[in-house]
Ligand binder design. Structure first.
Ligand code: FMN
Length: 322
């Protein structure tokens, strides 16, 4: 299948693995790229730009195919040294960057001068248009269903994607809630040129995370995610657990008075404990509603091939026969 996204990134299938904190390591990224999709290393999971350089080189050893690096511009007490992370990306010869969170505007000249293609992940049409204006090559449109930060507008993909198609000139991929070939066909019909998946890629053999996390995704239904940090306008969709219950109780009690310090124990430093040690109740971690569609742990290659085969048979058989 050829789309504007497969052409832009020189990949075989229009399937991207979005950056995921403490999940997007070289093992998963290389597996996705080797299977014909676009794997993306999570830049800030690497503690320093030098660590990122090593991770890029490790990934380079595992695949000859294109892969990218995610740079997340989230609210932080002190900004990480983004320019130095970008230098590590440039020096490592990586030609694709996924930005997310705040606008990447300040860093666009640095990225574009190095010939890097930028795909910005955003949750609203206005932010997608801004990304287009500042020179991004593509956007990832992340609907309300998504794992991680869905923004504050709460527009699901069935509305968000056709709205993006009405307004955007640059290509976009659909993100959030996606796991199947039928969904790939659906979002192509809505104007997207591919899909970005997060949660679904966690439940794969190559995802270098604890089995407890993969099992939790299999056990979870579409009803098992919660939205936290709404009162501080940093909404995150996470898998329900006892720590999330505590956060929600504090949010209810404190309302608009809630400060990040009130919930810091349940949200800071949680990822390594969950993803590496498999401590499932230690804090909040991102997870999409798509958990309801996950009931196996395939290899990345069989997941991607399965999605493409399903999509092609729906297009060529079911839809053609209507
Ligand atoms: C565990 C986890 C960690 C994530 N960490 C990041 C991150 O650090 N930066 C980022 O831009 N997106 C992050 N995301 C969002 C994903 O890249 C992707 O946009 C999202 O998962 C898509 O929704 P889905 O999970 O329904 O497929 C994360 C998602 C998950 C599930």
């Amino acid at each position: 299948m050829k789309t504007k996204i497969t052409e832009l990134f020189d990949i075989q299938h229009p399937i991207i693995q979005g950056g995921m904190h403490f999940v997007g390591f070289a093992e998963l990224v290389a597996a996705v790229s080797n299977a014909g999709g676009l794997g993306i290393i999570t830049g800030l999971t690497q503690k320093t730009p030098a660590d990122l350089a090593k991770e890029i080189s490790r990934c380079d050893d595992m695949t000859d195919k294109p892969f990218g690096v995610n740079l997340t511009f989230l609210p932080a007490f002190t900004d990480p040294p983004y320019a130095e992370y970008i230098q590590a990306i440039i020096d490592g010869g990586v030609k694709i960057v996924e930005t997310a969170g705040r606008s990447p505007e300040a860093y666009m000249p640095l990225l574009k001068d190095a010939g890097i293609k930028v795909i910005h992940k955003c949750t609203s049409v206005r932010h997608a248009l801004k990304a287009e204006r500042i020179g991004c090559d593509a956007v990832s449109v992340d609907g309300f269903e998504c794992g991680g930060h869905p923004g504050e507008d709460d527009i699901p993909n069935l509305i968000l994607l056709p709205r993006a198609a009405q307004e955007l000139s640059i290509p976009f991929v659909a993100s959030g809630g996606l796991a199947t070939g039928a969904q790939l066909v659906a979002v192509l019909a809505l104007g997207a040129d591919g899909i970005n998946m997060g949660t679904r890629f966690m439940a794969t053999r190559e995802a270098p995370i604890h089995d407890n996390v993969k099992q939790a995704l299999i056990n979870a239904s579409e009803l098992d995610t919660r939205l936290i940090m709404r009162p501080i306008r940093n909404t995150e969709r996470v898998l329900a657990n006892t720590a999330v219950d505590r956060i929600l109780a504090k949010e209810k009690a404190l309302g608009d008075q809630l400060k990040i310090d009130d919930i810091i124990d349940e949200v800071a430093g949680v990822y390594p404990k969950v993803m590496i040690d498999g401590e499932m109740e230690v804090g909040a971690w991102s997870c999409g509603m798509v958990a309801g569609l996950i009931d196996d742990i395939p290899s990345v290659e069989s997941l991607i091939n399965g999605i493409m085969q399903e999509a092609e048979s729906i297009i060529g058989e079911r839809l053609a026969g209507l």
